[in-house]
Design a protein around this ligand. Structure first.
Ligand SMILES: Cc1cc2nc3c(=O)[nH]c(=O)nc-3n(C[C@H](O)[C@H](O)[C@H](O)COP(=O)(O)OP(=O)(O)OC[C@H]3O[C@@H](n4cnc5c(N)ncnc54)[C@H](O)[C@@H]3O)c2cc1C
Length: 408
């Protein structure tokens, strides 16, 4: 068994699993220990609210690698074990079993955990969260009975669950405290477009309203909203956001602020400690700002970048972020990152389910969202990377090739 030096990875999921694979691909010959709180080996979460939830794809498809892979590569999996404390001075991690795991280098890739909803009755049978494979197993099983579904929170997880449940023929109500779905990622204008998409499919979308209480005798029977309406339902799915999984790092000396703070080489504030994926709040060297992303692509790319950094081969991590979401027959792709904008330019027609939205700040493109319209994405990426001024009227004009606007 390979032993020294020993690299320990906390969080056996996408970023952590990718980092372990990268270490071996790059020729690392020391010990790799992958510690994961879940009982399952690393897997991908996107199918859990989409095809896997709808039972359209087999369970085996979600895993990153086979069990044999980890054996062959001598990657030690310590699954179902949670890190509860980091002693960065002594360079060891304490697990909930009481075991202490020493490390030469440590990667924190513990991702995020769903925020709890505080409401009476939240513990009733039929009330679900969706983050893990096992939760998707249980929710998928419940959806087979075509229950009446209440989705609480119209972020991406809630919206995708609503779409999947509706596609399976369930009656679906979706509650959102904000004025429109997806407001944090897309803003009010595009969030309103998504509200329309869900309503077209027959989802009862109610905005500006939250949940006051779940009711039922042992099992969920109804929910009461903050506006006093009672909604009969058999299944409720809570998707009210996530928070970085960093509780075990309190007092460790690792600087925390909305996740683990890292530099552009994925290095945290303590020696030989790195972070990647949803948990990392890193410094984007080109944009000169901190970002913490909750996207698949980032977990893979930053997991790879962190592994190289651990090997001393790191390069500044400065991607143009990318994510996607599938709801009904609408494939959304988003490149860039716009936390602020002063103009959104539309190209194509939302009503025709094929359009792009360009988010501009100070006349420069910060992000591009495309729905069923991939042809604009590559050029948009070049425009975002160039950071040069772009004419909004020409972006909107379908007779103008976006690719040409991106020519130097
Ligand atoms: C249902 C669903 C659908 C999604 N769909 C999309 C999509 O369509 N497109 C997209 O771009 N992104 C999507 N995402 C987001 C994407 O899956 C995440 O960005 C990605 O999983 C992040 O990977 P990660 O490895 O950083 O963290 P995670 O996947 O959260 O993994 C972290 C792991 O660390 C473990 N852990 C936590 N604390 C500890 C501890 N103290 N000790 C040991 N282990 C610990 C957790 O149990 C978990 O297994 C989706 C997410 C979900 C939940």
């Amino acid at each position: 068994m390979k032993g020294s030096p020993r690299y320990v990875i906390l969080g056996a999921s996408l970023a952590g699993g990718t980092a372990a694979t990268t270490l071996r691909k790059e020729g690392f010959d020391g010990g790799i220990v992958l510690v994961g709180a879940e009982p399952d080996r690393p897997y991908e979460r996107p199918p859990l609210s989409k095809e896997y939830l709808r039972r359209e794809s087999p369970r085996d498809d979600v895993f990153l690698n086979s069990p044999e892979y980890y054996r062959e590569q001598e990657i030690e999996l310590r699954l179902g074990q949670r890190a509860v404390r980091l002693d960065a001075a002594a360079k060891r991690v304490v697990l909930d079993s009481g075991d202490e795991v020493p490390y030469d280098k440590l990667l924190i890739s513990t991702g995020t955990l769903p925020r709890d909803l505080q409401a009476p009755g939240v513990g009733l049978d039929g009330v679900f969260y969706l983050r893990t494979l096992r939760q998707s197993d249980a929710l998928g099983e419940a959806l087979l009975k075509r229950p009446r579904v209440l989705v609480i929170g119209a972020g991406f997880i809630g919206s995708e669950v609503a779409a999947s449940a509706r596609s399976l023929g369930c009656e679906v109500t979706m509650l959102e405290v904000a004025p429109v779905p997806l407001i944090r990622a897309l803003g009010e204008q595009l969030g309103a477009v998504y509200a329309d998409f869900h309503r077209e499919q027959g989802v009862d979308v109610r905005t500006g309203v939250g949940i006051a209480e779940f009711r039922g005798a042992g099992r969920l029977e109804a929910a009461v909203t903050t506006s006093g309406d009672t909604i009969p339902c058999d299944v409720a799915v809570i998707g009210v956001g996530v928070a970085p999984a960093t509780a075990f790092l309190e007092g460790s000396g690792v600087a925390l602020e909305n996740g683990v703070l890292t530099d552009e080489l994925c290095r945290a504030s303590m020696p030989d400690v790195f972070a990647a994926g949803d948990v990392a709040n890193w410094w984007h060297p080109t944009w000169q700002e901190r970002l913490r992303l909750e996207h698949y692509d980032n977990a893979v790319n930053q997991g790879t970048a962190a592994a190289k950094s651990m090997l001393g081969e790191g390069e500044p991590y400065a991607p143009i972020p990318y994510f996607w979401s599938d709801q009904y027959d609408l494939n959304l792709q988003y490149r860039g990152h716009a936390s602020r904008w002063d103009e959104i330019v539309l190209r194509g027609e939302p009503a025709e389910h094929s359009f792009s939205a360009f988010y501009l700040l100070g006349g420069r493109l910060r992000a591009c969202l495309s729905v069923n319209r991939f042809q604009d994405q590559e050029a948009a990426e070049r425009l975002i990377a160039a950071g040069t001024p772009v004419d909004g009227r020409r972006l909107a004009d379908e007779t103008v090739d976006v690719g040409q606007l991106a020519e130097p």
